[in-house]
Design a binder for this molecule. Structure first.
Ligand code: AMP
Ligand code: GLY
Length: 415
């Protein structure tokens, strides 16, 4: 099989590594890729915001399967453009990607499908905004309706700040605050059948102790020793299956990865958000443990053949991913610093997220620079492996959280 993967982050590096382990893979191409990905695949410098460039490259390389990492090409309709020329695509159509592209659309789907989620109002005026905020009370949860590159959601006790954030978008969704731990659970869908992946937890705040601003994600771990055993079966039954059924019934079947961001609240599991693509850094923590051949899995989904695929196979290892971020991330990341000290070994992976080669020397080129995943027989060992590798990397001004999976590893040891 010849596969073209779209994207350039840590998520795509982890996808590329996992695709490469599948013996059915003949060629792996990535557009645009990054220096880490270039070590394991052929990279192509195209503009992935232009559907035409992706389609032309896929035709030129005689690609069997295109796998789309980021949400933007999906919302731009790249899956539709590829389907039109007869190339299988793992990733939803433009219409189905609205489940991530519009918070209001996602709420409508959940309502029609009977999927548990926070109560909400969609608001278009100051009057509606204030009324919604006062209905739910603090803490206020305000979400811009459209794609906002991680900056669309504000959770705050400050009513004025909530109003100010709401007025920055034409349409906002204001919803009740959900308490309880958050879990990311992904379903691989062919439009009809969904196969759940194991759950992961990510750490969204910049600093230890869940302090500081929200980020794209500072780390993750999987599996979750504290989570109820039935979480996968329950999420499949109450969230993934009804949502996929509803999307099909609307005439916009969802083919690709349905990312359910869940809150395990005192009143049951509720959906915080849907995404239409692999999560980042959850992908970096999940895929090193996946034993099922990934190219075959994604091809089966893209060609509507999941019904007979069976369950996924996972290694018994635990995995912990820690993100190394540039100085000033997320507010004002400083890039262009030289990097040294990358060492890999059999129980850790260094996934490149924001790097660039300058005259053959590796430099930082983004807010999140690496996602380092450690594996071990439990979370304590996986943490040790990840932190040993990250502590050897030298990048001036960089920072990382020291408490990724710490509480869960202590609790696991106590049991
Ligand atoms: P989202 O982009 O919808 O995932 O929101 C980003 C983050 O905001 C989530 O991961 C949560 O930590 C937080 N959040 C979103 N919605 C809620 C909610 N209804 N209650 C509490 N926290 C929320
Ligand atoms: N880990 C959060 C996301 O991928 O959106």
């Amino acid at each position: 099989m010849k596969v073209l993967l779209i994207g350039s982050g840590g998520r795509e590096h982890a996808l590329a590594a996992a695709l490469n382990r599948d013996t059915s893979l003949e060629e792996l191409h990535v557009a645009p890729g990054n220096p880490g990905i270039a070590e394991i695949a052929s990279c192509h410098a195209i503009d992935i915001d232009e559907n035409k460039e992706i389609v032309e490259l896929a035709i030129k390389l005689a690609i069997d399967l295109v796998v789309v990492g980021p949400e933007k090409p999906l919302v731009n309709g790249v899956a539709d453009a590829l389907t039109k020329v007869g190339i299988a695509c793992f990733g939803p159509s433009k219409a189905a990607a609205q489940i991530e592209g519009s918070k209001d659309f996602a709420k409508q789907v959940m309502r029609d499908a009977g999927v548990p989620t926070a109560k909400s109002f969609t608001c278009n005026s100051r009057n509606e905004i204030e009324k919604a905020l006062d209905t739910f009370g603090a803490p206020y949860v305000v979400k811009h309706d459209g794609l906002a590159a991680g900056k669309g959601v504000v959770v705050t006790d400050d009513r004025d700040l909530a109003i100010e954030h709401a007025l920055q978008a034409d349409q906002v969704v204001i919803e009740e605050f959900l308490d309880g731990p958050e879990v990311s659970l992904f379903g691989i869908s062919d439009g009809t059948t969904v196969i759940p992946m194991q759950p992961a937890q990510d750490f969204k705040r910049a600093f230890d102790g869940d302090l500081g601003p929200n980020t794209g994600g500072m780390g993750a771990y999987s599996p979750l020793p504290w989570a109820p055993d039935e979480i996968m079966a329950e999420t499949l039954d109450q969230v993934l299956n009804p949502t996929i059924k509803e999307m099909a019934a609307r005439g916009t079947p969802f083919v690709g990865l349905l990312y359910a961001g869940l809150a395990l609240t005192s009143r049951g599991t509720k959906v915080i958000e849907f995404n239409a693509r692999f999560g980042d850094p959850e992908t970096e923590v999940l895929l090193p443990r996946l034993k099922t051949p990934l190219a075959q899995l994604l091809f089966a989904a893209a060609t509507k053949n999941l019904a007979t695929f069976g369950e996924l196979e996972w290694s018994d290892d635990s995995a912990v991913t820690v993100v190394l971020a540039s100085e000033g991330y997320p507010t004002n990341p400083k890039v262009g610093e030289a990097i040294t000290g990358i060492q890999t070994n059999s129980n850790s992976f260094v996934f490149h997220a924001g790097t660039q080669l300058r005259d053959g020397v590796l430099h930082s080129a983004g807010g999140r620079v690496f996602a380092i995943t450690g594996l071990g027989s439990d979370l304590t060992q996986a943490r040790d492996a990840a932190y040993r590798t990250i502590s050897r990397i030298s990048l001036p001004g960089s920072h990382y959280r020291s408490d990724i999976a710490l509480n869960a590893s202590v609790a696991e040891k106590g049991n």
